[in-house]
Design a protein around this ligand. Structure first.
Ligand SMILES: NC(=O)c1ccc[n+]([C@@H]2O[C@H](COP(=O)([O-])OP(=O)(O)OC[C@H]3O[C@@H](n4cnc5c(N)ncnc54)[C@H](OP(=O)(O)O)[C@@H]3O)[C@@H](O)[C@H]2O)c1
Length: 229
């Protein structure tokens, strides 16, 4: 069995088939936890390390329920849930369809609520756990061409901060991560001109690893990561 600082920990990552979630899973795999990786296409994704892959569409609460039952069949305790799942939408509201609105709200807000709820129930029972939700600087700032994405990510901030307070007496920690632009598939088909100046997902993943490894005596509430020089 692999040894490491996170040996024996059970870590669920939602949205682990690419970008930030995949980079995080890769880095964590070097520290020995049991990894449970969820996304719609995770079973067909190529991983260079050992992990349990569980297909899950967060837009569908039943699919989320089944995925967590899948985790239950492998372990009786979830130590950490990281929600890296999310889709973007950069579009004027006047050109946005109802389907696009639902897609973003159902994935970035409701989807994260569903997975958080499944993990939270289990963590409250054990009086142990840490939920880490990846929002965005668009969850803190208003952006005129991202009305729907901002609505989802601002909503996610309210959910995350409220759950953090609810978690305190239950010994469940909750952290919101607010990164700026990263070079990932998120921008596929709608690439910003300065994409090459955006951050590397591996650098953000490193900061999340630090949050996961933070001693239980501290609770990082919000981590905002802007682009450096
Ligand atoms: N890239 C940026 O500039 C940026 C900046 C700030 C914040 N963020 C946030 O960072 C997080 C990670 O994004 P990323 O940049 O790493 O993008 P990414 O490479 O596109 O990764 C998104 C992940 O979400 C999964 N996913 C999408 N819809 C899903 C669904 N319905 N059910 C389950 N999984 C689903 C995808 O996997 P499948 O396709 O296999 O389902 C993929 O693993 C997101 O929350 C995003 O909002 C991104």
């Amino acid at each position: 069995m692999q040894k490491g600082a996170l040996s024996g920990k059970n870590i669920v990552i939602v949205g682990a088939s690419s970008g930030l979630g995949k980079a995080l899973a890769e880095q964590l795999s070097e520290q020995g936890p049991n990894l449970y990786l969820l996304s719609r296409n995770i079973e067909s994704s190529d991983l260079s390390f050992e992990a349990h892959k569980i297909n899950c569409d967060v837009k569908d609460a039943e699919s989320v329920g089944r995925a967590f039952q899948g985790v239950d069949s492998l372990t009786d305790k979830i130590d950490v849930l990281v929600n890296c799942v999310g889709i973007g939408l950069v579009k004027g509201l006047e050109h946005t369809t109802q389907e696009e609105i639902n897609n973003v709200i159902d994935t970035d807000l409701k989807g994260v609520i569903y997975t958080s709820q499944e993990a939270y129930k289990r963590m409250v029972e054990k009086k142990n756990g840490h939920i880490i939700n990846v929002s965005s600087t668009s969850g803190l700032k208003a952006r005129p061409d991202e009305t729907i994405y901002c609505a989802a990510k601002w909503g996610l901030r309210g959910f995350t901060e409220s759950l953090r307070l609810a978690g305190v007496p239950n010994k469940v920690r909750v952290t919101g991560i607010y990164p700026g632009g990263m070079q990932t598939n998120f921008w596929k088909g709608n690439e910003p001109k300065n994409l090459e100046a955006f951050m590397q997902p591996a650098d953000i993943a490193e900061q999340i690893v630090n949050v996961i490894k933070a001693p239980v005596s501290i609770s990082p509430a919000e981590v905002v990561i802007e682009r450096g020089v």
